[in-house]
Design a protein around this ligand. Structure first.
Ligand code: FMN
Length: 175
């Protein structure tokens, strides 16, 4: 079945995840969403290019979802961009052109640290500029990132439920 929104999950430690796991578990049976775990999709460090292309072709919109690791995505999403996006974008048939894309991230630090005055000295949107530039270079339609802060192992249930609602709304906005 063709899913509408393809969510590429980059999480090298998915079995210990709380926040990303919650968002995935609560939505995994939705007919609108297709969750694809990048860290589980590589064999000997390589993606199956044809399988990845097929998933993309079947989707109307794309989500890059990950926990922030050292102010970036974990490595599997960067690998995916290098191995999967590059040959598509530099081919005569760049079918990513026009496709909506949004980053959804979780961060351990509090929102106040992602400000010019805060510990990190930059906003999350500034931190994610390389993703925006990548989307732009691919001709994709960039949507503002959705971020969740202070994500630790002891998240209150109410915070997770509120996040799940924001998450679903934000994903469906891409259609
Ligand atoms: C190796 C590593 C690097 C991290 N780097 C950052 C960081 O740069 N900024 C930040 O806010 N949180 C950082 N964190 C915290 C994670 O973003 C946080 O644990 C995660 O988003 C929680 O989501 P999860 O429950 O799905 O794993 C880091 C965590 C690890 C393990």
């Amino acid at each position: 079945m063709a899913h509408k929104i393809l969510i590429l999950l980059s999480h090298p430690n998915a079995s210990n995840s709380v926040f990303n796991k919650y968002l995935v578990d609560i939505n995994k049976n939705s007919p609108d969403f297709c969750f694809h775990h990048l860290d589980k999709s590589k064999v000997n460090g390589l993606f199956d290019l044809e399988a990845e292309k097929k998933l993309l072709r079947e989707s109307k919109a794309l989500i890059w979802q990950f926990p922030i690791y050292w102010y970036n995505s974990p490595a599997s999403l960067r690998d995916w961009q290098d191995q999967v996006m590059s040959p598509i974008v530099y081919s005569a048939d760049n079918f990513l052109k026009g496709m909506p894309v949004r980053v959804v991230f979780t961060a351990g630090a509090a929102a106040e640290h992602y400000t010019h005055e805060g510990l990190n000295r930059h906003t999350a949107e500034e931190m994610l500029i390389p993703f925006e530039m990548t989307a732009n270079a691919a001709g994709m339609k960039w949507f503002k990132p959705l971020g969740f802060y202070s994500c630790g192992p002891d998240m209150p249930k109410a915070a997770l439920e509120k996040a799940a609602q924001d998450y679903e709304n934000s994903l469906l906005e891409l259609l």
